[in-house]
Design a protein around this ligand. Structure first.
Ligand code: GDP
Length: 365
């Protein structure tokens, strides 16, 4: 399954956030033995649609779909040159599918900042520069090899060389591969280079608790937002310390707490959802059996593949997907009413499943 790696300078609140994640994960009713690797935290993906579906098509229980975060050991300036945990850190990032980059956006004189001052944009740039340097190193090594082969008129080496030539100056300027535009053929080549700066990223501004209701009033948060805007990235404002505290509360206490703080949803829930979308993931549902259940699929998957997520037999013997959209169920109020409105769809092998589809698969055994 896909995982998002939590990255950031020391003392910005990564461990605090990761603790919140593992505590929230420990609360999950349906996954008592979910966590094996201490650096991996599994959480439920919050989805209000599940309650509504369960109301209209009652089942014994509700099962959320899950998402994984990986805690990545601290990075310091010079990591690309082997400082601190240097190479180990970079290898750990190489294995994740997306980067959740935590930056400090709270003032607290008792907590030292590695660079002696709070400057979230400088923090972001410090880490991003390390990643660019590490990528440049990989690209340069690859370049030398591919250039030789390309001279023999090898077509695939020539295509790769062209991609490397496009990437190299961007990295030399401290930029990121994700910001370069590639066509489909180039994208395949880029994917096989496993570069750190090609991974999707989102920023978490770790704000002070008193800024939770109005993060936009925090100048630190504004700085992160401005940075992210020009990088076409998303920012989530979170108070990691508060999230850690509320992760231990039960659902109703947590709701009360959030209302008192003047926020609708926990920062952790917003982060989970944003990370899920960053990876191009979406949700379909099954209902009407013993459980109302959410499942994760990749956007763009076709019906048989999606059926295979539930069981390989469903994919092998796939006949059709009897599908209603959540919006239709919500609007018409029952499966019968959706059917009568002519909104129940019989979808075949070529159907691209949509987020919010409620599906009953028909298959041969
Ligand atoms: P890491 O090195 O990035 O993993 O940072 P930690 O999670 O260990 O946090 C470093 C210190 O900052 C700890 O003493 C935390 O309690 C504190 N801290 C983390 N988040 C917040 C926050 O939102 N507000 C305040 N005041 N302190 C925080």
């Amino acid at each position: 399954s896909l995982t998002a790696g939590i990255v950031g300078l020391p003392n910005v609140g990564k461990s605090t956030l990761f603790n919140a994640i593992t505590k929230a994960g420990a609360e999950m009713a349906n996954y008592p033995f979910a966590t094996i690797d201490p650096n991996v935290g599994m959480v439920e993906v919050p989805d209000k649609r599940l309650q509504r579906i369960d109301e209209l098509i009652p089942a014994k229980k509700i099962v959320h779909t899950t998402f994984e975060f990986t805690d990545i050991a601290g990075i310091v300036k010079g990591a690309s040159q082997g400082e601190g945990l240097g190479n180990k850190f970079l290898e750990n990032i190489r294995q994740v599918d997306a980067i959740v980059h935590v930056v400090r956006a709270f003032a607290d004189d008792n907590i030292t900042h590695v660079n002696g001052k709070i400057d979230p944009v400088d923090d972001i740039e410090t880490i991003n520069l390390e990643l660019s340097i590490a990528d440049l190193d990989s690209v340069n090594k690859r370049y030398a090899r591919v250039e030789k082969v390309a001279r023999t008129k090898d077509k695939s080496a020539q295509s790769e060389l062209a991609v490397l030539q496009k990437i190299k100056p961007v990295l030399e300027a401290g930029g990121a591969v994700r910001d370069i535009e590639f066509n489909e053929a180039e994208k395949k080549i880029v994917h096989d280079l496993f570069l750190l700066t090609s991974k999707p990223v989102l920023y978490v501004a770790n704000i002070a608790e008193e800024d939770m209701a109005h993060p936009e009033n925090s100048p630190y948060y504004q700085q992160v937002q401005d940075y992210a805007k020009q990088a076409h990235a998303e920012v989530i404002a979170i108070s990691a310390k508060t999230e850690e505290e509320i992760a231990e509360l039960d659902d109703s206490d947590r709701q009360d707490f959030l209302e008192a703080e003047g926020v609708e949803e926990s920062g952790l829930d917003r982060l989970i959802r944003a990370s899920y979308h960053l990876l191009g993931l979406a949700t379909f549902f099954t209902a009407g059996g013993p459980e109302t259940r959410a499942w994760t699929f990749h956007q763009g998957m076709k019906a048989p593949q999606v059926a295979g997520i539930i069981h390989s037999d469903f994919e092998r013997g796939f006949i059709r997907a009897e599908t209603i959209s959540f919006a239709d169920l919500d609007k018409y109020g029952s499966v019968q009413a959706v059917r009568e409105a002519g909104r129940l769809r019989l979808e075949g092998k070529e159907y691209q499943v949509q987020d919010g589809d409620i599906i009953e698969f028909r298959f041969n055994v």
